[in-house]
Structure formats: C-alpha cells, structure tokens
Ligand binder design. Structure first.
Ligand code: ADP
Ligand code: MG
Length: 549
C-alpha cells in the first residue's frame, strides 16, 4: 500500500516534469509561452514596430576535475597516449556495470550550491540513445527526468556605462545541472580516408548546465561564462579552460534567437565550436545580426546547428534540427537513484557517513566565491568596485596585488592604479598572463616604497617601471642610480630651474598673479620637463607660489 502510494507520487512528479523536458513541439511551446520572459500584455501593433532584440540561452558542458571517470576507475588525464585510459566498461563490453564516482556527485552538488540551485535529494540516471562512433554503448548515461540540481541563479557583472568603468550586475537563471558521461573522440584522417577513435575521454564526468534564455547579447553571455569559470575554478570542480588544447574542459553552446519584446521567442539556432570568451561574444553578436537581417527581409530563421568560424568571424550552417532526433530516453537500469542527504542524522540505518553525499558538509566546505572575494577587496583595501572586479576577473591579478600590498606601505588605492594601469596595460599589450610578468610583485613593491619614501617622483617611477619591464631582474635602486632618476629636491637647484621657467613665461606668471591657479600647474609641468620628471612636486609648487605671489 505504502509502496504504491510512493509510486503514484513518483508518477505525478514525473507528469509535472514532462512539459519541462519534453521535446515535442506542442509541449515545448507551452513551456515557452508560460515562461517569465513573456510580456504578452503589450498590444501587438505597438510591439510590431519595435526593434528586434537578441535572446541568448547557453548550454555548458563542464568537465569535472576528478582523478577517475564518472562510472569507472579509469584515470582522467589529458594528453595520455590514445586508448590508454579505457576500462572494459568505458569500451562498453557486455557484462560490465557502472559504479558511480562519489567525487563527481560532490562536484555537481557543490556547483549547484554555489549557483543557488535546489539540490534534488533524489535524482535518477537515464540512457540517451544516439549512434556515433565515439559512443561505443550507443547511448550516453545522463540525467533527463530528474537532474541533480535545478532552479539556480548566476549573478554576473561586467564593466559597462559610457566609460566602461561601471560595474553592471545581471542575473541568469539556471534551469538545471545534470551529471553525464563525456564521449570519446573521433580523429578524422583525411589522407587515408579513415576515422580513428580515442576512448580516453569516454566516460569522463561532465556537468551539463542549462541556462534559461535570459541574456541578450554576446557581451552578457561572455560575462556570465567568465563568472561561471571563476566559480568552478574556486570550487575546484572544473578547470574551466575553453581552449582546444585543453580538450574542451568547458564547452559552451550558444542558443540564439531574435524577437520583438512582448512577442513569443523566435526560432533559435545553436552555435557550437566556440573556444574562447571573445569568440563566444563575437559568434553570438554575429548570429543576432544575421537573424535580424533574415527576419527584416521577411525570411524565416531555421532551427539549425551552426559552427563559428573564428577566421571569418561568421557562423556557418552545420546541420538542420528540424526533424527532431528521437533519443529514445529510458531509465538506466544498472544504476539506482542517486541519493543526497542533508546531514548525518538524516542517513538511513546501515549507511555510513563516509559513503554518503552530505549537503551540510559540502555547504560548510564551500570556498570564497568570486563575488565575496570582490566585496572583501573593497572592504579590506577601500578599492572601487570596478577595481575589485578587474582584480578578480583577470587570472592571478588579485594574488599579484595582494603580494605587492605585503611589501609596501603605500595607499592601496595608489597601488591599484599601478596594477590595473601600468602592469595590466603592458601585459595586455604583449599578450602575457600575470604569471609571466617580467616584474614580480616584490620588485614593484620595492619601487613603490622608494616613491613613498620620497626618493623618486611618480613620473620617474613610471620610467623605472618601464625599464624594469625591459630588463627583468634589474632592481629599482639600480635603475634609479644608472639613469639618474632620483628626486631632485635640492633647494638651490630647484630655485634656479623655477626662476628660469618664471622668467621665460611672463604671460603665465601674470595669469597666476591675477588669480588663475590652474596656470600654476602648467608652470609646474614646465619645471618637470626641465628635470625629466624628477623634481619634488611639493617643493616645486612651494617655490613657484613664492615666485608668482
Ligand atoms: P531543448 O530541450 O530543445 O534542448 P531546452 O528548453 O532545454 O530545449 O533549451 C535548450 C537551451 O536553449 C537552453 O539553454 C535555453 O535557454 C535555450 N533556448 C530555448 N529557447 C530559446 C530561444 N528561443 N532563444 C534562445 N535560446 C533559447
Ligand atoms: Mg536541452
């Protein structure tokens, strides 16, 4: 009796879920039409005149950082010899059975918690069938009916505004996070017209994150993925590298459509083959533009998969999706439901805490997430939000800044200028990562200390920094000495130079005397020019004020 009640409840639960996942078009349309992005109260005539806007929803496959695969004990490693990491199960030998990797479950749950998801205490595995040479079983084990985490939200920010220095904050909702197996890889040998299969990647654990179509352009999508990357890296659940050489640790598929606000969402295309954030933004913006032109010409956007070609900056059709593929989903019979428990007290009899995935333990172990890190930087150092944003978003920059702070007593708001302008500027110019900076943090700290102690002016410090950049290993004091960049604070010297400037600029002196203090800055600039930026600015101002009073 009790069992059949549970079964009935299960059934009801599933029925409720069907419209959410069902791919059949009528149910899909029903879901879309009740989605929160609709604003059907607007009159049609008015909205028809409105501009077309882009709608973007991302599907992201994140490879889980774990030593072994999702259902087998084979190692997970990049660049191992082909087919050297393949167990009988990974090769789908009959009679082999899946054994769920606890680490992968914990990674997905931690990711779900960090993205404010509801964690399903019970989720299930399904088989999704399709036939491809690098999928030896003919199906992928995934989570279709009830994934491990649902209904989350990712808050991301980007620098916007007129000067692009204002931190803009937005939300994208996460529909679900599911655990699934990666496929192997097909290597096409065009010369010998053959395809070779490498199963090293077959069965590696993936988290698929499905985002709601909440974004509207490439910049937003790239910012959301960047925030996700930072979160995954902080959690240690995925290394998050998008480049091809990282074998697709983070694979982003962009679903893109256009519509007029207030009208139903348009037909979408799915863009694949995107391996950097820059390309993601470009591919999406290209696609929005292309679809806008199609619709404006009176054409129809086709529901197709397109690939991004980074050379031409365009998306090109790969295959159409009109005839929806039937994946013949069915429950995976060899895996019991995946259970997650709140805490030790909620464990059923006979289950040891060490075997179970406990939410309270994972919640307590969550590391400092990027948004918290930014707030901490603002609070600890009195930085502006846009500076804390840059420090956290550029790989290794926060660590660099904090290392400089350890070696100097300068005001952090001065140090941040050096790190985000001078250092980052040169790094970007030369396409270097922070870890490859020729000037290590301690060397910059030493330079800033010399400036703080009044040994060099700020413009001379910049020259020293440039020289340190060009000659790695050369310390600031040596450069100051060699190039005679020390501060000129000799009273007599400065008096002489100031006198010369005052005598040769009678108009400016008159202007200062009649109350225009701004012109004093011009005179100061002229003195600095004479001294190659080495004059002590406080002293120069004092002397010039005396001479023009
Ligand atoms: P399917 O089940 O057909 O794959 P989903 O509802 O799972 O469809 O959506 C897949 C992805 O496509 C999600 O990331 C979602 O945000 C996005 N998406 C759905 N409809 C649109 C649309 N009209 N425009 C842009 N993205 C969309
Ligand atoms: Mg989908």
């Amino acid at each position: 009796m009790a069992a059949s009640r549970i079964a009935a409840r299960e059934l009801l639960h599933n029925i409720k879920l069907i419209p959410y996942y069902q791919k059949s078009s009528c149910l899909f349309i029903r879901w879309i039409s009740t989605s929160k992005f609709q604003c059907s109260s607007q009159p049609l005539e008015k909205s028809a005149l409105q501009q077309l806007v882009g709608v973007v929803g991302l599907e992201i496959h994140a490879q889980i950082s774990s030593n072994t695969k999702l259902f087998s004990g084979s190692s997970v490693q990049f660049l191992a010899p082909p087919n050297s990491l393949v167990s009988f199960f990974d090769a789908s030998l009959p009679g082999t059975l899946p054994v769920l990797n606890k680490r992968c479950v914990e990674a997905a749950v931690m990711t779900g918690l960090a993205l404010n998801c509801t964690i399903n205490k019970k989720s299930v595995f399904d088989r999704k069938h399709y036939f491809y040479a690098d999928l030896p079983a003919g199906y992928q084990i995934t989570q279709q009916r009830r994934p491990v985490a649902v209904d989350g939200v990712l808050t991301y920010s980007f620098l916007g505004g007129r000067k692009r220095n204002q931190v803009m904050r937005k939300n994208v909702y996460i529909k679900q996070i599911q655990l699934e197996q990666d496929s192997g890889k097909s290597l096409h040998d065009d010369v010998n017209s053959q395809t070779l299969i490498d199963l090293n990647r077959a069965g590696v654990g993936l988290m698929e994150l499905v985002m709601e179509p909440d974004m509207s352009c490439g910049e937003e999508a790239a910012a959301a993925v960047r925030e996700l990357q930072l979160i995954l890296q902080a959690l240690g659940t995925c290394q998050g590298n998008m480049s091809v050489c990282a074998e697709g640790q983070l694979r982003v598929d962009a679903n893109v459509s256009v519509h007029r606000p207030g009208e139903p969402l348009g037909t979408r295309t799915e863009v694949k083959n995107i391996n950097s954030l820059r390309y993601l933004a470009r591919a999406i913006d290209f696609e929005i533009q292309r679809q806008t032109e199609v619709v404006q010409r009176g054409g129809a956007v086709l529901n197709e998969t397109r690939a991004y070609d980074s050379k031409s900056g365009e998306t090109v059709a790969m295959r159409d999706k009109e005839g929806l593929q039937d994946y013949r989903f069915m429950p995976e019979p060899n895996l019991p439901p995946l259970l997650v428990f709140e805490d030790e007290a909620s464990l059923p009899a006979g289950v040891e805490a060490g075997q179970a995935v406990l939410l309270c333990t994972l919640r307590a172990g969550l590391p400092e997430l990027p948004s918290v890190r930014r707030d901490r930087l603002v609070q600890t150092y009195g930085l502006l939000p846009e500076h804390s944003f840059t420090l956290v978003n550029e790989d290794g920059l926060m660590e660099y800044f904090e290392a400089v702070m350890k070696g100097t007593s300068r005001d952090p708001r001065k140090v941040i200028g050096w790190v985000t302008n001078e250092l980052l500027g040169l790094l970007k110019q030369q396409d270097l990562s922070v870890s490859h900076s020729p000037v290590p943090p301690a060397a910059l700290a030493e330079l800033l200390e010399l400036q703080e102690a009044g040994r060099i002016s700020s413009s001379a410090a910049k020259q020293v920094f440039q020289e340190m950049w060009r000659s790695p290993g050369k310390a600031a004091p040596q450069i100051i000495q060699e190039r005679d960049l020390g501060l000129v604070s000799d009273d007599a010297d400065l008096h002489r130079i100031c006198q010369k400037v005052v005598e040769s600029h009678p108009d400016e002196v008159r202007a200062v005397r009649s109350g225009n203090q701004k012109v004093l800055n011009k005179l100061m600039g002229l003195v600095q020019k004479e001294t190659k930026g080495r004059a002590d600015p406080v002293l120069v101002r004092k002397i010039l004020q005396e001479k023009t009073s």
